[in-house]
Design a protein around this ligand. Structure first.
Ligand code: FAD
Ligand code: NAP
Length: 529
């Protein structure tokens, strides 16, 4: 047998996987998609928790496709999860990708066959297929942390994870509910659940910065205007730092008077959401500048929360703002003014175990009917590693990542020919609009595969030198960042305590430009055979 079953196998049926299957098929490749869930949607299928919504404005968080864009209408500036899932199902239908997907079919192994130049892919359904190219669209935030608490099996109530919220009704109205975790998922859940709970207990380990999104109905005229020039909009976004229509910081805080600083802070606050990361040009690198933004947000918290002790416990003080992903909310702090909401500071009173009737901390017992875990993800490598990819010698792509990820353009790893990882480490990934990130990389991979076809190549991988240079470049860009010093899922910490910032911080525009230069230079840094 000299011809594999498929030209390309795509693993994952989220935003990236849908687009990859569509584009590869359109380019004439024989493509198969694998998705462990029962349908498309990825993050937006799994995270059905109440309050889940996008934190990038909807008009940017979608495929910039002239066929699709005018046929869809968002209702809100920041769409809620059901609408996002409906959109991805609509896109999957318009692209006609469902017949190419095998649902309920996790990829459980993928082994490179060096004599055939293809992958042998094993699935949870018990079959094996071969494919020349393996495209991992498994998501960077798709492998959820499991609850590590003792006693969970004894809990007589219902427990759920925000990351895998069940499709059946979870009865919340009139219930005593505990939410553990106050990242984006926890904050959104808390805000949505508080009005219906009999009582809501919020178990907070680290106080985070959260800023309002000022959500509201979508500006329909603006949407129609964009629809008239989708490709122009796409190019503008692809050359911008975040690909999401956010403003660019224009001034350094240290050059401003206190009154001017306040004016900029209020202006960005009024814009809402991630604009708060972009008040001053030096807030990401200068402690003092960053401190102005932190203190401004803390003051907003003090104003929003009536009880001074609760406000104090909610104040984020343990890290500079923007060094963990900023949380975007729809009235989170005001939730704590409700009589039926209690903040539990588990830093000072840690959780000891789950009991039959609730949660036991060191000093208190909380009686609960429902526990929601919003504990975050094994980011970047969680799902990638679980797919169990091996080279001809049994090594995995991340075996050499002990001192941080090593990639070329954040897409390929030396020693693993024909393997592409979408929106992975070393690419802008979670720092930019991830629809655009996925689309750009799929288009790059499609062009690369077409280039190989034209030249009769069956195998590609980055050279060691290109991978070393890119890995150094990614590290150099993050050298002065405050966000490198803070513990969070974007930082890899080595045994000696040194830190590597995982995504590419140079901005989406610069990244896209570099990829285009590489392609124009006959795919500089790639070795073909
Ligand atoms: P995913 O949507 O994660 O899809 C990956 C798919 O791969 C999943 O369906 C999974 O089941 C499947 N899979 C994994 N492993 C296997 C396997 N071995 N075999 C078969 N299938 C497998 N980003 C933004 O830019 N803006 C936002 O507002 C935003 N909000 C978010 C909200 C939440 C709750 C989360 C968790 C993430 C959010 N993100 C956001 C980041 C989000 O990851 C991306 O925006 C985007 O949805 C990623 O799409 P994807 O296709 O790359 O991956
Ligand atoms: P996260 O930001 O990692 O937050 C996890 C939370 O769980 C933190 O508060 C963490 O506390 C807490 N936690 C973890 N383990 C714990 C333990 N053993 N005991 C007590 N508390 C524990 O995860 P997330 O909220 O799911 O968000 C992950 C990413 O997904 C976001 O950064 C964002 O990129 C994306 N997201 C976006 C949106 C959106 O707005 N559209 C919504 C959800 C998710 P510590 O901080 O102390 O570790």
């Amino acid at each position: 047998m000299t011809v594999p079953d498929f030209d390309a196998a795509v693993v994952g049926g989220g935003i990236g996987g849908i687009y990859a299957v569509h584009r590869f098929f359109e380019r004439g490749l024989r493509v198969v998609g694998f998705e462990s869930a029962d349908g498309v949607g990825g993050v937006w299928r799994h995270n059905r928790y109440p309050g889940c919504r996008v934190d990038v404005e909807s008009e940017y968080y979608c495929y910039f496709d002239p066929e699709l864009y005018p046929s869809w209408q968002w209702t809100e500036r920041y769409s809620p999860q059901p609408e996002l899932l409906a959109y991805l199902e609509f896109a999957a239908d318009r692209y006609g990708v469902r017949p190419h997907f095998r649902f309920n079919t996790p990829v459980t192994s993928a082994t490179w066959n060096p004599s055939r130049n293809w992958y042998e892919i094993g699935t949870g359904a018990g079959d094996t297929v071969t494919a020349r190219f393996l495209v991992m669209a498994v998501g960077q935030l798709s492998d959820a942390r499991r609850p590590p608490f003792a006693g969970l099996a004894e809990f007589a109530g219902r427990w759920v994870a925000s990351s895998h919220w069940p499709e059946d009704e979870v009865e919340l109205a009139g219930r005593r509910i505990g939410v553990i975790g106050t990242g984006s998922s926890g904050v959104q859940t808390v805000t949505a659940v508080a009005p219906v709970a009999e009582h809501l207990y919020v178990f907070q380990r680290t106080a985070n910065y959260s800023v309002p999104d000022h959500n509201g109905p979508l500006d329909v005229r603006g949407w129609a205007g964009y629809g008239a020039d989708v490709l122009g909009l796409s190019q503008r976004m692809l050359s911008s730092p975040t690909g999401s229509g956010l403003p660019v910081a224009e001034v350094a805080a240290r050059d401003l008077s206190p009154a001017e600083r306040t004016r900029w802070l209020e202006e960005r606050w009024a814009q809402g959401g991630h604009a708060m990361n972009l008040v001053f040009t030096d807030q990401g690198t200068d402690w003092e500048s960053n401190g102005y933004v932190c203190e401004f947000v803390r003051e907003k918290v003090r104003v929003a929360v009536r009880d001074p002790a609760t406000a104090e416990a909610l104040l984020p003080t343990s890290y500079p703002i923007g060094t963990r992903r900023l949380i975007v909310d729809t009235g989170y702090y005001e939730t704590f003014n409700r009589d039926n909401v209690t903040l539990v500071d588990i830093r000072s009173d840690p959780i000891e175990r789950i009991t039959r009737t609730g949660i036991q901390t060191r000093d208190h017992h909380y009686e609960l009917d429902v526990i929601v875990f919003a504990l975050g993800f094994n980011a970047f490598t969680g799902s990638f590693d679980k797919a169990n990819i091996r080279d001809g010698n049994g090594r995995t792509p991340t075996d050499n990542w002990r001192h941080g990820p090593r990639t070329y353009l954040g897409m390929m790893t030396t020693g693993f020919p024909n393997l592409f990882n979408l929106t992975g480490p070393g690419s802008p990934s979670v720092l930019a609009n991830m629809v655009l990130g996925n689309v750009h990389q799929v288009d790059f991979v499609g062009d690369l595969v077409a280039h190989m076809g034209e030249h009769g190549y069956t195998r590609v991988e980055p050279t060691e030198a290109a991978q070393d240079a890119w890995t150094r470049h990614v590290a150099d860009l993050s050298g002065t960042l405050l966000r490198r010093v803070v513990e969070n899922y974007m930082v890899h910490v080595n045994a000696d305590g040194s830190r590597v910032f995982i995504p590419y911080i140079g901005g989406l525009g610069r990244y896209v430009e570099t990829c285009r230069e590489v392609a124009d230079d006959r795919y500089r840094g790639f070795a073909f055979a």
